[in-house]
Design a protein around this ligand. Structure first.
Ligand SMILES: CC(C)(COP(=O)(O)OP(=O)(O)OC[C@H]1O[C@@H](n2cnc3c(N)ncnc32)[C@H](O)[C@@H]1OP(=O)(O)O)[C@@H](O)C(=O)NCCC(=O)NCCS
Length: 183
């Protein structure tokens, strides 16, 4: 699914662009995937696990996201650099097509500037354009207060906990929380 490009102003006054991912973003997205994995324990990959992401793989995924009615993805560009991306995925099966799920991450230099809020507003608008979708879902890892604050601000509430969802290299186990927003 695609949307019109959207410009907005960051909290620090810079202009940022939200749009569907294009081939020219691939190198920036590959870099963002590596960097973000090294900056937070709250996403599900370590930097050395990013080797599976390739130029050709991303190209195919971008084409799928932009052409499918079940996927909607955005990148945010600041001064031409990829700050992060988000996706909302709509279920295909009859019994689950009332539900959609969201993923989002930015590199650290762009946290707290309002990008997450803008991404959520765009994803929620797309979800609301599909009458069959009545519920959006997402997860966050225990301790990720910034993500939780954003999700609560956007109307999500915790409905379940998945114990010991990830184990860090130091052996520390962390729970995952499931949040839901009814539309
Ligand atoms: C979580 C994340 C997507 C949030 O996006 P963001 O652009 O930083 O969020 P925003 O700037 O729009 O802030 C949203 C809200 O978070 C809250 N917030 C801001 N800074 C915060 C902080 N330091 N601690 C807790 N909450 C904070 C505020 O309530 C803010 O709302 P406001 O702008 O109305 O005051 C982003 O920080 C990120 O990518 N983190 C690393 C990857 C990650 O954790 N992804 C989510 C995996 S579940």
């Amino acid at each position: 699914m695609i949307m019109e490009d959207k410009w907005f102003t960051l909290k620090d006054g810079r202009k940022a662009l939200l749009r569907n991912p294009k081939e020219e973003d691939i190198e920036g997205v590959l870099e963002y995937l590596r960097v973000s994995a090294s900056e937070t324990e709250f996403i599900l990959r370590y930097p050395e696990e990013c080797g599976k992401y390739t130029y050709e793989g991303e190209k195919k995924i971008f084409e799928e996201w932009n052409s499918s009615e079940y996927d909607f993805a955005l990148v945010c560009l600041v001064d031409g650099k990829v700050a992060g991306n988000c996706q909302i995925r709509f279920n295909r099966n009859l019994k689950t097509k009332h539900r959609a799920s969201i993923g989002i991450a930015l590199t650290k230099e762009y946290w707290g500037l309002g990008i997450g809020t803008q991404m959520f507003e765009a994803m929620i608008e797309i979800a609301k354009s599909k009458p069959e979708v009545t519920q959006i879902e997402l997860e966050f890892i225990e301790g990720n207060g910034r993500a939780r604050a954003l999700y609560e601000k956007m109307g999500f509430r915790i409905v379940a906990v998945h114990p010991n969802f990830i184990r860090l290299k130091n052996g520390k186990l962390l729970n995952e929380y499931l949040m839901v927003k009814e539309l």
